[in-house]
Design a protein around this ligand. Sequence first.
Ligand SMILES: Nc1ncnc2c1ncn2[C@@H]1O[C@H](COP(=O)(O)OP(=O)(O)OP(=O)(O)O)[C@@H](O)[C@H]1O
Ligand SMILES: [Mg+2]
Length: 507
Amino acid sequence: MEKFALEMKGITKEFPGVKALDQVTFSVKKGEIHALCGENGAGKSTLMKVLSGVYPEGTYTGKIFIDNKEVHFRNIKESQDAGIAIIYQELALISELSIAENLFLGHDLMRQKVINWNEIYRQALIALKKVGLEVDPQLPVKHLTVGKQQLVEIAKALMKKTDILILDEPTAALTESDVAILVKLLNELREEGVSCVYISHKLGEVMELADSVTILRDGKTICTDPIAELNEEKIITKMVGRELTELFPYEKRSIGNEEVLRVENYTAYDKAGKVVSSNINFNLKKGEILGISGLMGAGRSELFISLFGGLPGKKEGTVIIDGKKATIKTPAQAINEGLAYVSEDRKRYGLVLGMNITQNTTLIALNKVMKLKMINKAIEIKSAQEITDRMKLKAPNLDVAVGKLSGGNQQKVVLSKWIMNNPKLLILDEPTRGIDVGAKYEIYKIMNELVAQGVGIVLISSELPEVLGMSDRILVMSEGQITGEFSREEATQEKIMVCATGGEKIG
Ligand SMILES: Nc1ncnc2c1ncn2[C@@H]1O[C@H](COP(=O)(O)OP(=O)(O)OP(=O)(O)O)[C@@H](O)[C@H]1O
Ligand SMILES: [Mg+2]
């Protein structure tokens, strides 16, 4: 008999208006990395929340077995005691607290009358070392990159005895080097016999890491296969339920000379007076997709947030929008000038999680739905319905709070919101992060439609295939400067990487 560390049988979980899980079966062997794949809203996160006691017994039907023994979790604590650790899709650390405080939150050592900080720091260092992090545990978490925060969460999980580690899209926002640390760590854990459930939309990673793959579609288990029997195309076909022959629906187009944006000798400083973008020169034509490539931390987001009026510090140089000189000091002015910025950090800048879908999508385009100074409900709902239909948003209706949507569907709401505003210049910052392959394709098609209408699009992306697949022209940035420019025809991964790493030295 196969030795399963975990078996979930006949799991069904309903939310008002949605059957998130429908008789799901899911089994994980001891010491394997088991990828859980599926489109946005397929039920991956929900299944893992059932497993980890976030949704307690009684709120779903079906059975869970750990090491062949049936378990009944009434809360997260009970699943933790059974050796289950979960790292959520959205980070759960408290950013104002130090790394050590986050690690030991709720720990016995923190409950003493006199807290022994030396002991806490000592143990924190050991925990951090385990995940390959060499940082001062007294540092507030907010000073860490998202990737490092992710590793702190894993360190925290591993402080307890862990037999099953669940990672819900751990690498969506990681730099390449942080991904490498994580991959190494997971391989070590596998050696130690820890089982890992790995949720990711990055199928390349899945192929590289996983021993087996389970695919969910619309809340149902489609299959579980050993990795040897799969490849990326097979996974996609099973996820989407149809073959997806082309990933990037680029359409050859003729682009005129009219510019929607021209930036000359532009230098931006942060509040402390440090240069964030240095002597930037580029233009963007109407109807053009301009890809912006570079490593994480290259200053791509900073440059465009700054142009969007979102950075406080001083700015020098000239910005011309639609042929007219513009001074944009605030995002409100940028929006007035016809700019839109889809942020990479949807939770912080993109959405009001407690508000419903309609309210979120019409947040910016309010003037379009305003009538007699009041929001015309009917127009509001119709506009929101149109755009979210196009995006194939998966939600029971538009009155649900966006906080209740799956991660990828939240991102679709962010995109809808900005596109509804009919911008002439649309800045997309990692627009497809956490989005499944099928929905990515839809987003690319919407980009095509927008440029066909004359919108200029800036596509900032860390996914090289995406930049290469969708852009008409590509700029590469490194350390706050533009270090390369390629036409669609000239661009290759190698050429871009050379510029992204800052020079001709490599190769
Ligand atoms: N708290 C909730 N209340 C209502 N509906 C919910 C809630 N959580 C999830 N859902 C719904 O259950 C379905 C499954 O969502 P889930 O978050 O499990 O998807 P997912 O596979 O993790 O997707 P993604 O790849 O986008 O993260 C979706 O239709 C979602 O809207
Ligand atoms: Mg999810």
